[in-house]
Design a protein around this ligand. Structure first.
Ligand code: BG6
Ligand code: MG
Length: 225
């Protein structure tokens, strides 16, 4: 059996459900620019960096803006987003996540964050999980967006583990793609139809038997190259 050294967690959609706040802020921006987009479109923004999300949204609205406007619009969206996450607290941790992370600590498995968000540290602080993380790799420490595996490779490197000894938990299609490209055992968190490429898909952390899951993940990860 392979020994798991670390679990690498995406943030948005795995630890907390922030997609609704991102959607609200992006939609407000789109509306101010004179168009709208749907919640279904918003799905395509999961795991996508702030600037790339903005570029996609502008494309959907058929808008072209000056280069310097891009930064202004991204900042405006982030200001609105920050307003809505100011009061976040531990109630917003998705079911079962806290218990699972505490279990990993007990088993001395490293807990790593691998997120595109530049607000990750703030959010982990608000929800009280920051002290449980050994390493944070976020949008401030990466230059390439998922599906590039950079964020996860940096996470593994920071704790001196090989990808095949780490498990990545992801809710976004692009995130799953990134983790697979990096050679990680990949757990999709959410719906099977969107995450079917992952090694396994769990609906949430709520009802899983941790020992059983870690054993299964460990043996399965052992078969990775
Ligand atoms: C990802 C989210 O985790 O982070 C995306 O899924 C978001 O929706 C991206 O655009 C960047 O986040 P932030 O907080 O830096 O704007
Ligand atoms: Mg996500």
């Amino acid at each position: 059996m392979n020994k798991i050294k670390a679990c690498i967690f995406d943030l948005d959609g795995v630890i907390v459900d922030t997609a609704k706040y991102h959607f609200k802020a992006w939609r407000r921006l789109a509306n101010e620019l004179g168009f709208d987009f749907s919640e279904e479109d918003n799905e395509k923004l999961k795991g996508v960096s702030r600037i790339e999300s903005l570029q996609l949204i502008l494309e959907w609205g058929g808008k072209t803006v000056e280069e310097e406007q891009i930064m202004v619009l991204a900042q405006q969206k982030n200001d609105w987003y920050l307003e809505s996450i100011q009061q976040m607290n531990s109630d917003e941790i998705l079911p079962g996540v806290h218990r699972f992370i505490k279990h990993l600590k007990k088993k001395q498995i490293k807990v790593v964050l691998g997120s595109a968000s530049k607000n990750a540290e703030f959010i982990l602080g608000r929800i009280g999980l920051l002290p449980l993380f050994d390493v944070l790799i976020d949008g401030n420490k990466t230059t390439k967006s998922k599906p590039d595996p950079e964020v996860f490779l940096k996470g593994a490197e920071a704790i001196g583990a090989l990808p095949k000894h780490c498990i990545v938990f992801e809710d976004a299609e692009k995130g799953v793609e990134a983790a697979l490209k990096g050679g990680f055992y990949t757990v999709g968190v959410g719906h099977h139809d969107v995450l079917e490429e992952a090694h396994i898909v769990i609906p949430s952390f709520e009802y899983i038997d941790y020992e059983e899951v870690l054993d299964a993940l460990g043996s399965a990860a052992g078969s990775l190259k």
